[in-house]
Design a protein around this ligand. Structure first.
Ligand SMILES: [Zn+2]
Length: 282
């Protein structure tokens, strides 16, 4: 009955804190950046289901049930998709207020967030479970807190911070959500882990990076959450990826790219500043 627009679906997903939703139905305990509990979809006493606060999804390691908040409610309450969305919308209407906070990150970056459960959120930040800005800038401390405010306050505060510190230093899930729609990272790297990558940028510039999670590290550069260089010259395409557990990979790839494209046009490894001198290794 009734049609659910993509917009409503997205809004409900964005406004539902999955850890809080699931913890209303079963007991969850934090371990290694995830919340764990007894899976309601198969019969076993162990803590086999985990919930990721950063990625906003759940998965049972035993029976394989997984998904977002809507899928959890569809399965748990045996509801159709439209009814599950309406259930979450109605639940959401009851909880209209939460906390907007500003987390100071390393390198003078900031993260503005909204949560109905600040303690859980802070733990998620420090456990590395927030997969946004915090990949590249470690959390330092909460510097501002607005309690009992509506979710829209998040965007207002984020805008104030962006006016003060510039857009590239201020990260905000609410403001940045639209970027996810055009995800430029291809499927081919979905299952990769550590490795280096070479990006072609605008203006005939290049960038070499390395990450324990190749896909995440590349996405940060595409999303403007990487370094100054890739914000000045936006990534155009991925020229090369090299899966390797050795961090020296980044140095070798950077020096090679400098030989290929001219050192002035390449940044990577420890030559990350916009202004650099010619590396002595060349
Ligand atoms: Zn299960």
């Amino acid at each position: 009955m009734g049609w659910i627009s993509d917009e409503l679906r997205e809004q409900v997903l964005q406004e539902t804190v999955i850890v809080q939703l699931i913890s209303e139905q079963l007991e969850l305990k934090m371990s290694k950046g995830y919340w764990w509990g007894r899976c309601p979809f198969h019969n076993e006493d162990g803590q086999t289901m985990f919930v990721s606060p950063g990625k906003q999804y759940f998965k049972c390691n035993r029976c394989g049930e997984s998904g977002n908040a809507i899928m959890f409610i569809m399965k748990k309450n045996q509801l159709s998709f439209p009814d599950a969305v309406r259930f979450l919308e109605a639940r959401r209407a009851k909880i209209t207020h939460g906390t907007v906070y500003v987390m100071l990150l390393a390198d003078d970056h900031y993260f503005v967030g909204y949560t109905e459960d600040l303690d859980t959120r802070i733990r998620a930040h420090f456990c590395g479970a927030m997969d946004v800005a915090c990949d590249f800038h470690d959390p330092v401390k909460i510097i501002e807190k607005h309690e009992d405010v509506p979710p829209a306050t998040e965007k207002e505060i984020a805008q104030l911070y962006r006016n003060l510190h510039g857009a590239r230093r201020v990260h905000c899930g609410g403001l940045d959500a639209r970027q996810k729609e055009n995800d430029p990272i291809p499927e081919m790297v979905t299952n990769s882990n550590a490795g280096g990558f070479l990006l072609q940028l605008e203006h005939d510039k290049y960038f070499v990076g390395y990450g324990n999670d190749l896909q995440k590290a590349m996405r940060a550069q595409y999303n403007g959450r990487g370094c100054e260089w890739t914000r000045l010259h936006r990534p155009v395409k991925i020229l090369r990826t090299l899966r390797s557990p050795l961090p020296e990979t980044e140095k070798e790839m950077t020096l090679q790219a400098m030989r290929d494209f001219g050192w002035e046009n390449v940044r990577g490894y420890r030559w990350l500043d916009v202004e650099i001198k010619k590396p002595v290794m060349l």
